[in-house]
Design a protein around this ligand. Structure first.
Ligand SMILES: Cc1cc2nc3c(=O)[nH]c(=O)nc-3n(C[C@H](O)[C@H](O)[C@H](O)COP(=O)(O)OP(=O)(O)OC[C@H]3O[C@@H](n4cnc5c(N)ncnc54)[C@H](O)[C@@H]3O)c2cc1C
Length: 305
């Protein structure tokens, strides 16, 4: 049943007509539990509140289905405005972005040009930018672009996914760049030709890459809501006396907020991934697919109307 609901929400997340409708009618059905608002001004208010509670932020502008270079340039302009807003409002926030929203599927030249403009602004305002990792078909391209950008700009990092067989070798390959990496389990539906189908193998590989990256002395963001992985990391850093300045935990906005605050109280750096924008619908459906139990929030949202 859970599997069925998951597939259903993933199917809904890709529906273009529903995406358009959602844009027209604004944040609905309890989506504001996971999305900080439709404008950067709303998002800044949410960031301020999180910062007051000791939580750092990475801001994510939600964009889906880019069809041409003009739309990708528009997203880049928007992201530059978001960097400026972070800087002028003096909040503690980084930025996360997806290369597909900047033209990855259109042309390499387009995505590189957009990324360079964004990273010029990021360097100027000292706002760190993480390139999210998308599905397997984009992984090699994303890493190649990251390497090229990282050799020119400091304020950039990316993500590696524990479910992919290739990740340990990617991590080794990235070492010369001393990268700041976010490590995650992986969010996309991948073939077992490229990704571990068994959750236990994903967790084992996750622990392996956390250990490798941390003990190499590189900055590591452990992005998970899984308490077993969090406990593993705490033990690892304590055993190897890794400074708390060298790593952080990350979680999504609206998911396990108590656990987030507990980690802050224990003295760990905790960053919340805060999405905003009018294209909230696909993101919201993917969160429901991850955990169909969250559907209760949707039902409450509808009943409240
Ligand atoms: C900050 C951040 C950035 C990310 N960036 C990327 C990226 O760039 N690319 C990518 O592929 N993936 C990314 N992900 C998603 C990641 O790959 C996983 O799909 C996602 O985090 C779920 O895995 P988990 O590690 O939390 O563990 P899971 O094993 O999925 O969950 C562990 C426990 O966490 C709780 N939980 C998990 N999800 C939810 C939920 N939706 N609602 C309520 N409770 C929940 C449950 O108690 C669950 O038992 C990111 C995740 C985070 C937190």
């Amino acid at each position: 049943m859970e599997q069925l609901l998951r597939s259903f929400f993933l199917f809904l997340s890709r529906n273009r007509m529903l995406t358009k409708l959602a844009k027209k009618y604004g944040l609905q059905f309890g989506a504001s539990r996971f999305v900080a608002g439709e404008s950067v001004e709303h998002a800044v208010k949410v960031i301020k509140e999180l910062n007051r509670n000791g939580l750092d932020v990475t801001l994510d502008y939600l964009g889906e289905f880019i069809d041409d270079e003009k739309e990708a340039e528009e997203v880049a302009r928007h992201l530059i405005r978001a960097i400026e807003a972070i800087s002028t409002s003096d909040v503690n926030s980084q930025l996360s972005l997806k290369l597909t929203s900047l033209g990855l599927d259109i042309s390499e030249q387009a995505v590189m040009q957009n990324m360079k403009r964004i990273l010029e602004a990021a360097e100027k305002h000292q706002v760190f930018v993480t390139i999210d990792m998308e599905d397997y078909s984009r992984c090699a391209k994303t890493l190649a672009i990251f390497k090229e950008l990282k050799s020119r700009y400091d304020q950039v990092g990316t993500v590696l996914q524990a479910y992919l067989y290739r990740t340990v070798s990617d991590l080794e390959d990235l070492q010369p760049y001393k990268p700041n990496l976010r490590l995650v389990k992986g969010a996309y539906k991948e073939s077992e030709k490229v990704a571990y189908p068994d959750k236990n193998d994903v967790d084992k590989n996750f622990k392996e890459i956390i250990k490798m990256h941390l003990l190499n002395g590189n900055y590591t963001a452990i992005a998970t809501h899984d308490e077993k992985i969090i406990e593993y990391t705490k033990q690892l850093v304590s055993d190897h006396q890794v400074s708390k300045d060298l790593f952080e935990f990350q979680m999504l906005y609206g998911i396990r907020p108590e656990l987030q605050l507990n980690l802050v109280r224990e003295g760990y750096r905790m960053r919340v991934y805060v999405p905003y924008g009018t294209d909230w619908y696909g993101y919201f459906m993917r969160r429901l697919a991850e955990r169909p139990a969250n559907v209760a929030f949707v039902i409450k949202g509808i009943v409240k109307k």
